[in-house]
Ligand binder design. Structure first.
Ligand code: NDP
Length: 339
């Protein structure tokens, strides 16, 4: 059985979804209530592969909200993730993806040191960040969108915002080794990590986002920001492609310029319908076949019986592992969304 740990994008979003689900006692509450609310399994899911195999899983709502980080309620945020993981393990789930901010909180707050959750010792091999599949899908989206919109990668400047992150660094490695891209611009805040990435890649120009945007044909946005991405559309080159890989996604609403093509980054489409409601709740508008690549990673591990923390730690994603998960992604009927 696979699991998906997810969360909603804001307090108002959480109240809205709680009402829809019939959790009236949650729908009227403020942030303090959500800080103490326990995790809930809110949906049982079954997914069929194009190979014919069917697997079952559960969606675990952690009740974490990004406002907990914005208001510095760090203890509540970390408890949400640990409790959701313990809940998944207690319910016998073999492999669970840590969606949205779950894996970032796990890493940033060093939760590896806090694996004893009441009477449960978390078994880390039961969890995956899903970042290898996400990075693979984003790279495929870059390649497909470049072709679709007539921007050859051999002549393109690609900016990766969040380049030193787990997903961003993997995307940079793939772009360099697999695509023949002309130029890569690296954007993040910590300059030391940027320099170290540039050294390991052997290329890449380090810039601020303001310097990078006017010269970028393609922008891959994989920065971790609790409020989503803020961008001044007038700074963008036209034409250009924006791959919005962050969570929450808000670029399609904020950037509406005819020659700027916004792609829902890190999203896949399954070949067959999935009978579930969670993607509608979590991302508001995704049709039943569309889902986050990190969620799909736990499904792929379940399909293949690879009960291991396939994606774990920071900046460990290799091109070989991206190709490995990419091959089973294709085999089971997932493909990158290019819209
Ligand atoms: P990491 O925490 O590993 O990396 C975040 C990166 O963003 C770092 O390079 C960080 O560098 C940079 N960053 C953070 N804040 C800013 C800022 N204000 N300006 C510029 N750079 C910034 O995160 P992940 O790689 O694990 O995840 C990246 C994003 O992808 C997240 O939004 C996450 O929610 C989303 N995601 C989407 C998935 C999907 O299935 N679609 C799956 C998993 C994650 P520095 O701190 O030095 O600025």
């Amino acid at each position: 059985m696979f699991g998906l740990i997810g969360h909603l994008t804001s307090l108002s979003h959480a109240r809205e979804v709680a009402k829809e689900l019939g959790y009236d006692e949650y729908a009227e509450q403020d942030l303090d209530f959500w800080c103490v609310a326990p995790p809930q399994i809110v949906e049982d899911i079954s997914v069929k592969s194009i190979t014919g195999k069917t697997i079952v899983g559960k969606y675990v709502e952690s009740c974490f909200l990004p406002e907990m980080l914005l208001t510095k309620k760090f203890k509540a945020a970390t408890r949400k993730i640990l409790n959701a993981m313990a809940h998944a393990q207690k319910n016998g789930i073999n492999i669970t993806a840590l969606g949205g901010f779950s894996s970032i909180i796990f890493e940033n707050f060093n939760l590896m040191e806090m694996r004893q959750v009441r009477n449960i010792q978390l078994e880390i091999e039961r969890f995956t960040t899903g970042n290898t599949h996400t990075a693979y899908i984003i790279c495929r989206q870059v390649e497909a969108a470049a072709q679709k919109y007539g921007i050859p990668l051999s002549q393109a400047t690609v900016t990766v915002c969040g380049a030193t992150g787990d997903i961003g660094s993997a995307v940079c490695r793939w772009l360099h080794a697999r695509t023949g891209v002309l130029d890569i611009i690296l954007v993040a805040r910590n300059q030391e990590r940027l320099r170290s990435l540039r050294t390991s890649l052997g290329r890449g120009r380090i810039m601020t986002i303001e310097e990078a945007l006017p010269q970028s044909d393609i922008v891959v946005w994989v920065a971790s920001m609790a409020k989503g991405m803020e961008i001044r559309p007038e700074m963008l080159k036209q034409p250009c492609i924006l791959i919005d890989g962050g969570y929450p996604k808000n670029l399609a609403n904020t950037v509406q310029i005819p020659d700027v093509h916004v792609i829902n980054g890190g999203m896949v489409e399954h070949a067959l319908d999935i009978d579930w409601k969670i993607m509608k709740w979590v991302s508001r508008c995704a049709p039943s076949r569309q889902l986050f690549a990190c969620f799909a990673e736990s499904m792929l591990l379940e399909f293949e019986g690879w009960y291991t923390n396939f994606s774990w730690g920071r900046n460990q994603i290799t091109i070989e592992k991206m190709e490995q998960i990419g091959a089973v992604s294709v085999k089971h009927g997932f493909k990158p969304l290019v819209s």
